[in-house]
Design a protein around this ligand. Structure first.
Ligand SMILES: [Zn+2]
Length: 291
């Protein structure tokens, strides 16, 4: 099985796909009606727009290899099936087996990092053992933003964090979690950046090696259209105006630069560059290598 991968200087990033679902974009972004998307169709097609205003939502984990560390960014839905979210996961995820087959056994993962704590980013944090959920990566430290954890402790009743007690709490109970600041530095090549709005403690992952740059978005965007229409909210945003400010800031910083943007929910080729001209900003897809 081949997996998309990217080289950023000495850093390698490999994508492990869990699920690709064809969905009406308005299910995610209420403002993304066919009429509103039409002006962008030329650059969205063929990867990011299907017929009838539908697009593919990908759920995948990204494994970063950097300075001898194996860092897993977001852990998909995993084995969890959550009422009302069956479209995102039916419990048949093969991500852990696929990683092992590619040479990344779960015992060999050093760090697990969740961009935020919504249920499609924390699933494989734990695996089923009898009646219990236990940490999937026994030799890893798990990094959760402190503000994110504290916020969802107060808002546990919301459906987007329905699995928190099964996916995050067992990791804390096992003593494998570090509650970190949102600008946490992992090493000379990898650091986090606060990108709040979708959730309060949301982080994106920044990568720099040998002068090359990349960013893993997390859910500060769900679809490349949000680079052209940064004011379009996602239905689950905690603070949609803050999310818009975050996207506008990133466009200011990174449009027309060599930074490779790797989308956490973008379907293949998943990655590209922000290009801005007199018509506004758009996302120009770049083919990754299959490994
Ligand atoms: Zn998500």
């Amino acid at each position: 099985m081949s997996h998309l991968s990217w080289k950023i200087g000495d850093v390698r990033i490999t994508r492990f796909s869990e699920r690709e679902t064809l969905t009406k974009l308005t299910m995610l972004l209420p403002e993304a009606t066919p009429e509103a998307i039409a002006p962008h169709a030329s650059w969205l097609s063929p990867h990011f727009l299907e017929s009838d205003g539908k697009a593919i939502l990908s759920i995948h984990a990204l494994l970063i290899e950097s300075q001898g560390q194996r860092i897993l960014v977001d852990t998909c839905m995993g084995e969890k099936v959550v009422k009302g979210f069956e479209m995102l996961g039916d419990g048949t995820s093969t991500v852990i087996d696929d990683m092992a087959a590619a040479g990344f056994a779960r015992e060999q993962i050093d760090l697990v990092l969740c961009t935020h704590l919504h249920l499609d980013h924390v699933g494989w944090n734990t695996m089923r053992q009898g009646e219990r959920w236990v940490p999937t990566f026994p030799n890893a430290r798990y990094l959760f933003a402190r503000t994110e954890w504290e916020y969802w402790q107060k808002e546990k009743h919301l459906p987007f964090v329905a699995t928190l007690d099964d996916t995050v709490k067992p990791v804390l109970d096992a003593g494998l979690a570090d509650l970190i600041e949102t600008d946490h530095k992992i090493n000379d090549e990898i650091w986090l950046e606060a990108t709040p709005g979708h959730t309060p403690g949301h982080v994106s992952v920044q990568i720099r090696s040998r002068g090359e740059r990349a960013m893993i978005t997390g859910d500060m965007t769900h679809h490349p259209i949000q680079w052209a229409e940064p004011q379009w909210k996602m239905f689950a945003d905690t603070d949609a105006e803050q999310a818009t400010r975050t996207r506008c800031r990133l466009i200011e910083e990174h449009a027309n630069t060599p930074l490779l943007v790797i989308g956490t929910h973008y379907p293949p080729p998943c990655a590209g560059h922000l290009v801005r001209d007199e018509d506004g900003c758009r996302f120009e897809a770049t083919e990754g290598a299959a490994s």
